[in-house]
Design a protein around this ligand. Structure first.
Ligand code: AMP
Length: 192
């Protein structure tokens, strides 16, 4: 089964993807993680996107589509979880083409709904927790970058809700509950 986790920054996509990896042996494809890894290892592409990411803007479609293409080539017997991809209609179209090319199908798109105030609070707390644990906080986990990240989400990513609804694939889950409650709701949505 291949699924997309869709939702604004801080909705819990990464956390829920991790749970699906542990429970179902799926492979998580997080373009954000891939881009941060490229930044950390100092590749040319990583250096190019660092500023864009720190501001909370989206990197180009070409870059992230290329990253996903590389990963799809590896295959996954447990299926893929697309986490933070696609984020634009062009990326959604490209994903459709790539899945077809690799003989795969998309089974469901799970939208995690959380309101803005909670999202900002979660992200700012995530940064505080990282610092308290002696880790570096993400450069974009600030209230300022969050304003841009949310704007990018509403302008460029939220149209995907209609796109996948029209394809009959959209499942909407309340992302406000505990991690465990959201996990259970996702499991139900995927069975339905
Ligand atoms: P995330 O970890 O998913 O919150 O992504 C962190 C940042 O990486 C985003 O704010 C963007 O700058 C960039 N990014 C991640 N995924 C994408 C994508 N699919 N399209 C464009 N930019 C992305």
């Amino acid at each position: 089964m291949n699924i997309i986790l869709l939702g604004p920054p801080g909705a819990g996509k990464g956390t829920q993807a991790q749970m699906l990896v542990e429970e179902r042996g799926m492979v998580q494809l997080s373009t954000g993680d891939m881009l941060r890894a490229a930044k950390t290892s100092g590749t040319e592409m990583g250096n190019m996107v660092a500023g864009v990411m720190a501001r909370g803007e989206l990197v180009t479609d070409e870059i992230v589509i290329g990253l996903i293409r590389e990963q799809l080539q590896n295959g996954s017997s447990g299926g893929f979880i697309f986490d933070g991809f696609p984020r634009t209609l062009a990326q959604a179209d490209a994903l459709g083409g790539l899945l077809e090319e690799f003989g795969q199908t998309l089974d469901a798109v799970v939208e995690l709904q959380v309101e803005d105030e909670t999202l900002v609070a979660r992200v700012v707390n995530r940064a505080k927790d990282a610092v308290a644990a002696g880790r570096a906080a993400r450069a974009d986990d600030t209230a300022e970058a969050m304003t841009t990240r949310l704007m990018e989400y509403y302008k460029k990513t939220s149209p995907l809700i209609g796109y996948y609804h029209a394809k009959g694939m959209l499942k909407t889950v309340d992302g406000l509950g505990t991690m465990e409650a959201v996990r259970a709701d996702i499991a139900n949505a995927l069975q339905a």
